[in-house]
Design a protein around this ligand. Structure first.
Ligand SMILES: C[S@@+](CC[C@H](N)C(=O)[O-])C[C@H]1O[C@@H](n2cnc3c(N)ncnc32)[C@H](O)[C@@H]1O
Length: 318
């Protein structure tokens, strides 16, 4: 075991606001296991000091809030050359800026805590679903991890935006890739079931236009290891044909989302804890054999939004 000093990324402040130290700590301890974490501030920089083994270094390099890993040698902090394991240029995830985009570090944290909550032999075997994927921040992150990812988005215009964005970065970074588009089921003017797929570096993603309440049919019964999503924060963003009540939309989706997970799989949801409340959200999924794990990452974003994260694990025998 060595004493390591971890520099917290300055970007963590714009992701997690006043709670960035607590959330960096929550992610760190979830990934590395319970241990003593000492926080210290030097000038404008924020650090953690921990005891860790060399085997834990790659995992530390993928933490959303950690920007650098240092070892103390003869009273000086020496940066360790630990490379993060990611494929695809970071522009694919961080490059586009648009209204409603989920913070990139929050998305990375959701994937990290989800991976730590399931069993798998290689990350390339992990299949991830974002059933409310917007313009694909989660799916592009999943590709950087080397996974196969799928998403559902009610706004069919998102498909063209994603295509344009991804094409741009493929051109700039001269990346060999494949694009495909089509329909799940019959082609139709409303674009229900329309999809685009993008594959590069042995990873892939597909975005399907449609209402997530129909996840079962849109995904043709496919099963995933991880479901990761940033749920809409206000009722104005929950615009299915059936209802504008957030809890009612989640209830309409819960069966299909749970059924799309493999036994032992996990669901990681970011949500505005004013609506639905954490307990209400957990209760909806309890009907489908999903159990909440002991993780949370509550942080105030504005007067009307306290964002939190819940991890729900599907019982292995279900
Ligand atoms: C917080 S945003 C996700 C943003 C996304 N992570 C990104 O960075 O682009 C929530 C998304 O859920 C979508 N949504 C809401 N209700 C939906 C439904 N019933 N089916 C599919 N998508 C839905 C919204 O259109 C919105 O794009």
């Amino acid at each position: 075991m060595k004493t390591l000093t971890l520099l917290i990324s300055p970007l963590a402040k714009s992701a997690f606001y006043g709670a960035f130290v607590e959330i960096a700590k929550a992610e760190l301890t979830w990934l590395l296991g319970a241990q003593e974490v000492h926080y210290k501030r030097v000038g404008a920089m924020d650090f953690f000091e921990i005891q860790a083994s060399a085997q834990q270094l790659p995992q530390m390099a993928s933490l959303a809030s950690i920007y650098g890993i240092f070892e103390c040698q003869a009273g000086r902090l020496v940066p360790l050359p630990v490379n993060s394991p990611f494929e695809l240029h970071e522009d694919f995830v961080f490059g586009a800026k648009y209204r409603g985009k989920t913070n990139e570090l929050l998305t990375q944290l959701l994937i990290n805590v989800g991976l730590r909550s399931i069993e798998y032999s290689a990350v390339s075997d992990v299949k991830l679903l974002d059933p409310m994927c917007g313009r694909a921040t989660t799916l592009l992150w999943a590709m950087r991890y080397g996974m196969q990812a799928k998403g559902i988005e009610q706004d069919a215009k998102a498909l063209a935006d994603i295509r344009q964005n991804v094409k741009k970065w493929c051109k700039i970074h001269r990346l060999k890739h494949r694009f495909e588009e089509g329909f799940v089921g019959k082609a139709n003017r409303q674009n229900r079931g329309k999809f685009i797929s993008f594959a590069a570096n042995n990873a892939s993603m597909r975005v399907i236009a449609g209402d997530s309440a129909n996840a079962g049919s849109l995904l043709r019964g496919e099963k995933f290891n991880l479901l990761v999503s940033d749920l809409p924060y206000g009722i104005q963003h929950f615009t299915t044909e059936k209802t504008r009540n957030p809890l009612a939309v989640i209830k309409a989706c819960a069966q299909g989302w749970s059924a799309s997970l493999k036994p032992g799989g996990a669901m990681v949801l970011a949500f505005n804890s004013y609506s639905p409340k954490r307990d209400e959200l957990i209760e909806v999924f309890a009907d489908y054999q999903m159990e909440a794990l002991d993780f949370s990452a509550a942080h105030r974003m504005s007067e009307s939004i306290v964002r939190d994260v819940v991890i729900l694990k599907k019982k292995a025998a279900y």
